[in-house]
Structure formats: C-alpha cells, structure tokens
Design a protein around this ligand. Structure first.
Ligand code: UD1
Length: 353
C-alpha cells in the first residue's frame, strides 16, 4: 500500500511520529512524508523532527505564513502535482490546522482516499478557524480515527456512517508515553520549585489588544505568588511587541523543543494554556490545567481529566489557582485508550482498508 502523510504545523509532528513508526512495522507499506511548511522556524518545526525521530520530509511545500485563504490555497496548489506524481492509495492528515483541511480538499477532488487522525473533535464554536478545518476535513475523510467516544458521537450526529469511524485513542499520548522517560531525565535549570507554565496563541486571545492585555495583567498578578514561565509562540511574541504590552517579571522564553516542554509540564504546579494538545497532555500527566477559553473540543479533559475552563474570567482564574495552591486541585483520570498504542490501532485499520 502506498501511503502519504501530510504535516505542517507544530501540533502535527507529535501525532505523525507514532503513526509513521507503527506503519513501518507493517509489511508492504510504502510511506511518503510531506511537510507543507506552514511552520518553518527551527524551533517550531525542525527540533520536533529531531526529538521525535521523524525522518526528513520527502517533499517540503514551503508555503510559509499568510492569511487563511492564502495559506490554504498555496498548500492546495503546491500539493496537487505531488499527489498526481506519487499516486498514493491513502493520504493521512492530522489534527485541525490549515494543512489538514487544504489536503483533504485536494484529495477529495482527485478521488484519493483520506484518513483523518484526531477526527470528531468539536468546540461548537465556528469563530475558531480550527473548528472550520475539523468540520470540513471530517466531511471529506474516508477513515476517521477518533481519540475518544465523544468524537464518534459528533461524527454520527453529522451523518458520517459508522463503518468509517474508528475510536483508536490519542496518538499525541503515544509520543508522550514514549518520550516521558527522556523528559524526566531532562534538567530544567534555573527554575524555582513551583511555577505556572503558560502558553497562549489562539487568535481570539492574542490578536486583540484588550484581551491580550487583560490576560497578561492576570499573569502578572499570578507571578507575584507563583513564578510564571511562558514559552512564547511567535504569533504571541509579535502581538506583545505590536501592542507594546508590559510583561514585567514574567519569564518569557522562546518556544521549547518537545522533550524540554514536556519536562516543564511534568514539574509544573499548574499549566495555564489555550492550546488543545496541552489540555490532553496535562490530563494524562495528572497536572492541573486552567484553560483560557470559553469552550473546548476536548471535553474528556474536563469530564475525566484535570482540565478546568476559566475563559477570560480573571476572577475564576484566581479562584481556581487558589484552590490548586491550597493543595485541592481537581483529581483526574486518564481517558480510555490513551495508552500509548493508538497508532498501532490506526496502522491495523490502514492495512485492512
Ligand atoms: C497554527 C494552527 C493552530 C495550532 C498552532 C500551533 C491553523 C489554523 N492554526 O496556528 O491550530 O494550534 O498552529 O502552533 O492552522 N510564525 C512564525 N514562525 C513559524 C510559524 C508561524 O513566526 O514557524 C508566525 C507568523 O507570523 C504567522 C503566525 O506565527 O503568521 C501564525 O502562524 P500560523 O501557522 O498561521 O498559525 P498558528 O497561530 O501557529
């Protein structure tokens, strides 16, 4: 079988790594890896390939940044000839980024089968670009691999036939399980014993001056009690500069490599984030997570895990933080099938398909 994987942005890389490995162990599976170049900075892309042991991409479309329309269109234009040339039997797409939806659309028009890894997640918030990407990709996909049962329910409700849906568990957790021993051995020098680990990059939080200012003000207040360590996404760093915002004594650092960031997560007192994947990683690790969003496409992290949605409500964040600092953080459990073997289940389905 001739398979082709498409990745483009940071959260794709920890998802593709285990699937590539699992398919390598199958007979007669050819694999091609295409990087769209949506993320191109060394610390947003290359270091992840190194640490996750992902082979050099066979093709790099080098699309770079742009508006949503430009980025999506460029990926489509540059990908079409690659698919015509390589003639894959199945294309695997990951997550909910622009590279995912652009690929699904090109494949659908060429009649190439698509498998969507991390299908079925819904925030029910169509102002989020990722929600649009999820909805379109899932409508077009032929094989839908979900991380949890809520994903299956969402897909069935949207009319996707049950035989296309496979609840396989969480591939991101496969990478975490594999690299956790390395993370535990990694030093996080120069940090206090307790700290809050922060990440922010959602357009709704960081592209608007007053919302970013408001969040930073709360973080400055947190920082008086608990050191704030803030690996800063390039988009967020740019906005802080553009808006001329004060970050005071917050410890802003460059985006970190996978293992180094995982090491920081395992030792954090609390993680404050608007990321999707980090809600899942903290749930697996049992680390308290406060999510600076009104909704989540990953509800099991709230119903079963350690995640609490605080929105942009500063009072709620303060209250939840005091609960955590008083030692009364919510105790969570790990969702079913988040066991380090999701990619093996995907590979089994792929070779049978
Ligand atoms: C993208 C995904 C988001 C994911 C996030 C992880 C979409 C719609 N969004 O958002 O779901 O959670 O990746 O990071 O696909 N930039 C750089 N260097 C890079 C990449 C980006 O400086 O290597 C800057 C550019 O100014 C760019 C901005 O970051 O315009 C945003 O990048 P983009 O890929 O458009 O979206 P993200 O915000 O990273």
């Amino acid at each position: 079988m001739n398979t082709l994987h498409i990745v483009g942005a940071r959260p794709n890389f920890m998802k593709v790594a285990p699937v590539l490995n699992a398919l390598t162990r199958k007979d007669n599976v050819k694999q091609t890896l295409v990087h769209t170049g949506q993320h191109y900075d060394v610390n947003m892309s290359e270091v992840f390939f190194q640490q996750l042991g992902i082979p050099e991409p066979d093709v790099n479309l080098a699309v770079g940044s742009g508006t949503h329309a430009t980025q999506t269109a460029e990926i489509m234009i540059r990908l079409e000839p690659v698919l015509l040339d390589r003639q894959p039997d199945l294309v695997l797409v990951y997550g909910d980024v622009n590279s995912t939806v652009a690929t699904a659309m090109v494949c659908a028009k060429l009649g190439v089968r698509v498998g969507h890894v991390e299908a079925g997640l819904r925030s029910f918030d169509r102002t989020m670009p990722e929600e649009i990407n999820r909805l379109v990709t899932d409508q077009l996909a032929d094989l839908l691999f979900t991380p949890s049962e809520d994903g299956d329910e969402n897909l069935r409700r949207e009319g996707i036939s049950a035989e296309k849906i496979f609840c396989v568990g969480n591939v991101m957790i496969d990478s975490l399980v594999r690299l956790l021993p390395a993370a535990r051995k990694t030093a996080t020098g120069g940090l206090p014993d307790s700290y809050a680990l922060v990440t922010l990059h959602r357009p709704s939080n960081v592209d608007d001056n007053s919302s970013l200012k408001g969040i930073l003000e709360v973080l400055l207040e947190v920082n008086r009690e608990l050191a704030v360590v803030f690996p800063t996404h390039p988009r967020t760093r740019q906005r802080i500069e553009d808006f001329g915002l004060n970050t005071g004594q917050l410890r802003l650092v460059d985006p970190l490599p996978y293992i180094d960031f995982l090491a920081l997560q395992t030792r954090a007192t609390v993680v404050i984030t608007d990321s999707g994947g980090i809600q899942e990683e903290t749930t697996f690790l049992g680390v308290p997570c406060l999510t600076v969003r009104e909704n989540t496409e990953r509800p099991v992290t709230v119903s079963l895990g350690t995640n609490v949605l605080v929105g942009r409500d500063a009072t709620k964040l303060r209250t939840e933080l005091s609960t955590i600092l008083a030692g009364n953080a919510k105790k969570g459990t790990v969702p079913p099938l988040w066991d380090g073997h999701a990619a093996d289940r995907i590979a089994d389905v792929v070779v049978r398909s």
